[in-house]
Design a protein around this ligand. Structure first.
Ligand SMILES: Cc1cc2nc3c(=O)[nH]c(=O)nc-3n(C[C@H](O)[C@H](O)[C@H](O)COP(=O)(O)OP(=O)(O)OC[C@H]3O[C@@H](n4cnc5c(N)ncnc54)[C@H](O)[C@@H]3O)c2cc1C
Length: 227
């Protein structure tokens, strides 16, 4: 299907938000957490949908430039009004039907995209009875995507806990990596569902640590951006 680029926002030095309007007679349907693929010059790449289902008809992508890559440099040349080829919504990293335990979302960089969609959906449903943690790793404070929005949600919703972790910021409130944070929150090993999204090294480490904490395969879901 074709989609028109409606708007592009340069979010940080290396990340852009793309707002796409699918050209279809029917409504573009997706579940929070799903992704689409983009086809550009015979290459295909997947991108998580970063906004929750909404009435605008727009889908939002949050993409980091890989300067030596094949597709992102082409996307960086795109402008509003251009048309691209996209797939329908794909992927099985979605929310369960019932929400009966804490959710812990663990990510780095643009790995936050599907979680913004899922958490936005959870919070706005008004049905949340358990805690939702977003443990979000970045190098510097300036790299934190959607920072103002997550901080506002943290203030507004008692059950939402936004926990940024910075690996290189000198005076960070929490310095280091995501792993020590969820290990600390869940020291009691209470029942929870963990969602992990990002690049290979972080996902691998999280899988190893969650297993060591005693959580089983049904309690965590991964979306790995590479490999
Ligand atoms: C299900 C799914 C959802 C995805 N969602 C997003 C998303 O929402 N936002 C997003 O930015 N990307 C996302 N990706 C990654 C995306 O599909 C591309 O891999 C990425 O944009 C690089 O494409 P490229 O053609 O520019 O680079 P390629 O030519 O594919 O890059 C070559 C190599 O660089 C590595 N690489 C590229 N970028 C990085 C990086 N930032 N850190 C570490 N290694 C990297 C790749 O692993 C690959 O080995 C997703 C991937 C999957 C599988």
């Amino acid at each position: 299907m074709q989609a028109v680029i409606d708007k592009i926002i340069q979010e940080t030095d290396s990340v852009k938000r793309f707002f796409l309007k699918p050209k279809s007679d029917q409504e573009f349907r997706f579940l929070p957490g799903q992704f689409i693929t983009i086809r550009l010059q015979d290459s295909e790449r997947s991108y998580s949908i970063a906004n929750p289902p909404n009435d605008s008809g727009l889908i939002e992508l949050c993409i980091v430039l890989n300067p030596g890559g094949k597709v992102t440099p082409l996307l960086w040349k795109m402008e509003p009004g251009n048309t691209i080829e996209i797939s329908e919504a794909l992927g099985s990293m979605v929310l369960p039907e019932t929400w009966e335990k804490d959710f812990c979302f663990i990510c780095t960089g643009t790995g936050v995209a599907p979680f913004r969609s899922m958490i936005g959906h959870l919070l706005k449903s008004g049905k949340l009875k358990h805690n939702v943690y977003l443990v979000f790793g970045n190098r510097y404070d300036k790299d934190i995507l959607y920072k103002a929005e997550f901080e506002a949600w943290d203030m507004q919703y008692e059950r939402f806990h936004f926990i940024p972790v910075l690996s290189r910021e000198e005076d960070a409130k929490r310095k280091g990596y995501v792993h020590a944070v969820y290990e600390e929150i869940f020291t009691d090993k209470r029942d929870a569902h963990f969602y992990v999204c990002g690049w290979e090294a972080m996902c691998k480490e999280a899988r190893h640590r969650l297993k060591a904490m005693g959580y089983n395969r049904k309690q965590y879901t991964f979306e790995q951006y590479d490999g």
